[in-house]
Design a binder for this molecule. Sequence first.
Ligand code: LLP
Length: 427
Amino acid sequence: MDLNIKINDNDHLDIGGADAVEIADKYGTPVYVIDEDRIRENYNRFYSAFSRYYPKFKVFYACKANTNFAVMKILEQEGCCIDAVSPGEVYISKKMGFSGDRILFTGNNVTNDELKFVVDQGAVVNLDSISALNRLAEEVNPDGIKISFRVNPMVGAGHHDHCITGGVMSKFGIMDVEAVEAYELAKDLGFEPIGMHSHIGSGILDPEPFKLAIESTMDIAGKVHQDAKIDFEFIDFGGGVGIPYTPDEKVLDINKFAQENVNLFKEKLKEYDMSQPTMYLEPGRYLVGDASVLLVRINSVKQSYRKFIGVDAGFNTLLRPTMYDSYHHIVVANKMNEPETQTVDIAGNICESGDLFARDRKMPNVEEGDLLAILNAGAYGFTMSSNYNSRLKTPEILVHNGKCHVVREKETFEDLFNKQHIPEHLQ
Ligand code: LLP
């Protein structure tokens, strides 16, 4: 099994050298627990796999996966760069120490004010449309402003329809056939178009779609290089490297993956007589997904028409199972070596029928008070959480060398309601 699971001598789940049971007892549940070392390991494994074959290589962390300050700081220290998709993500990246030249902004359907804000922060803007190019030209003096375009590589893949970002149904990027025109227009307007970006989707464990995307993106880049006379400083192959979520899924052989994709990249550089642009990749999930678990407490066991194990979090805390029908492996953190003896549904505390973390899941015999760990919760866990049902967002704990640090406090009812005002006539 390729899932990131460690068990300590007490048969409890170990998270970065800390005992999950002690964490839950001390900080309460639900709680997200982040393993610092795992993020560093993931980053270094990824970075060294590619840079070994192509030293002009940079990792742009797609921080939509997890914008916790600590996570951002860890990756900043490692030398990572940032892929940001909103002014808020640019703002937090700057605050966490990333200089503008380490931030690539890949927004879509952004306003003029947002474009201006991002450029003022020094980030490189990756434009999603010719409309955005023209609107940016109205907002800033284009002289010396470096931009790139997101192109649709006409290849799409992903763990769910919602997570496929290339192909004819995708709202993202400019069409391959308008790429030359877009780059020429950018030059005419006075910008410095220096990059190209594509993105095919998210949560992909099959290496084949990436190869197709590298080929098609490089074909577009090659044509732009030749026809619009652009010398690319970077070409960015957007995210999507998956992680195993089920016990059967295999971890991607990242070295082989890197070697094959770099070879294709180099062949295409040669074919189109291009110099050596920096290769960017922008993983989100791969860096942080398996570095966190969500700890939840069983508060009710109910035999109805089915057996329901009820826990103290819901889809407001971790949306992926409800939104994408995603599988998250769940273990009993306080008795890790018990055999699976039953099939149950694991339900949350939100007042909706779709609020299930798992359906028909094999589990050991569990009781009220037992602690469950929902694995692989580090990517698109907290960042997609909400206050639905007026539930409080969860705290987050960072584990470093076995020591716990509260990196996000639990919300209070005050936090929930403090932006509302009651007009005089209702008081
Ligand atoms: N770059 C861009 C421009 C993206 O839009 C994304 C993800 C990434 C990079 C990173 O993709 P990753 O390496 O994490 O697969 N909420 C969904 C995932 C949506 C991803 C959207 N874009 C989920 O929970 O699976």
